[in-house]
Design a protein around this ligand. Structure first.
Ligand code: GLN
Length: 314
């Protein structure tokens, strides 16, 4: 595993097309795209890293996985009355389907759906309490008290987030916001501004892996369902492509992070800030494709006897 990660980091460093850093959140616009890190936390307690695995980054939409787990813990299946479970086939911040579908977002991983998720775990609490609960969940999952939110990133997004404001008000107009819209948006921007490095994110992702000896933060049924949603919706309109190329559930963020789950085996965190046309990490996606190819890990089939798949096919 260590050799593989070292190879993957070297391939990323040698790749001249790093993708484009997101610029619509001013605080993220100045990040050097020439960075790459990867970490693997295995179910049996192993931890492997390569590249800039200790450099913190803004997890952005990867936070939607933790937020969904928290919201499900609050209201259970009732959340599905307010948000769907289908891929949208549109960009993460699209408003198009909301009008046609009466203010019920397609899934909890696009922005509109994530605003409903945030509203759900915020309900009945102050933003400070709700964000405290979210951080406690993430810290417990990672077993790391050193995980924080970056206030400047949150403020920067809140000040410029016209698209998310539109989505939230549109949801409110359809009676699909329970809390004050500004409070939901403030909480959402802080949730997205959680910072982690690859090592911390891989460790935090173990709650979706089935790790013997670790306290279960969510039930097995819920874990399977979150993984299913990551597979079908975790990369927006690039979800089909990610499933095709990588074959494992993953959730991306516009900060360039991707959390990938190999159920029963490991959580993998990869980060590189340059994005592809879908808004997912370009080098991160390519790294995961190489990782899946070399390990043979896929939820769609087992590798040939002896472990790794040897021949590339496209
Ligand atoms: N905070 C970002 C936004 O709402 C998250 C989007 C993303 O990571 N794709 O626009």
């Amino acid at each position: 595993m260590q050799d593989l990660l070292t190879d993957i980091a070297a391939a990323a460093a040698a790749n001249s097309d790093k993708g484009k850093v997101a610029t619509y959140i001013p605080e993220l616009a100045g990040i050097d795209p020439d960075q790459f890190g990867i970490a693997v936390a295995t179910a049996d307690g192993g931890l492997f890293t390569a590249g800039a695995a200790e450099t913190p980054f803004s997890i952005q939409s990867v936070s939607k996985v933790f937020a969904l787990a928290l919201a499900l813990g609050r209201v259970g299946d009732q959340i599905w009355r307010r948000v769907g479970r289908e891929p949208s086939g549109l960009s993460f911040d699209s408003i198009l389907l909301l009008e046609r579908e009466n203010g019920i977002p397609r899934n909890p991983f696009i922005n509109a759906g994530a605003l409903v998720t945030t509203d759900t775990y915020l309900s009945g609490s102050s933003p400070r309490e709700a964000l405290g609960e979210l951080l406690r969940f993430i810290r417990a999952a990672a077993d790391d008290e050193g995980i924080h939110m970056n206030e400047q990133v949150a403020t920067s997004e809140f000040a410029t987030g016209h698209r998310n404001f539109s989505l939230a008000h549109y949801l409110a107009s359809h009676d699909n916001m329970r809390s004050d819209v500004d409070k939901v948006l403030g909480t959402y921007c802080h949730q997205c501004a959680v910072e982690m490095n690859c090592r911390q994110l891989a460790l935090a992702g173990r709650f979706l892996v089935d790790t013997p000896g670790m306290p279960a933060l969510v039930s097995i049924e819920r874990r399977r369902r979150i993984n299913a949603l990551m597979m079908t919706c975790g990369h927006y309109d690039g979800s089909g492509d990610f499933a095709f190329r990588v074959g494992m559930p993953g959730k991306s963020g516009v900060g360039g992070g991707i959390l990938v789950i190999s159920p029963g085996r490991a959580a993998i965190a990869v980060w590189s800030p340059g994005l592809n046309r879908y808004g997912n990490s370009k080098l991160g996606t390519e790294a995961m494709e190489l990782f899946a190819h070399r390990t043979g890990w896929s939820v769609f089939g087992v590798p040939h006897a002896g472990g790794a798949i040897c021949h590339a096919s496209s």
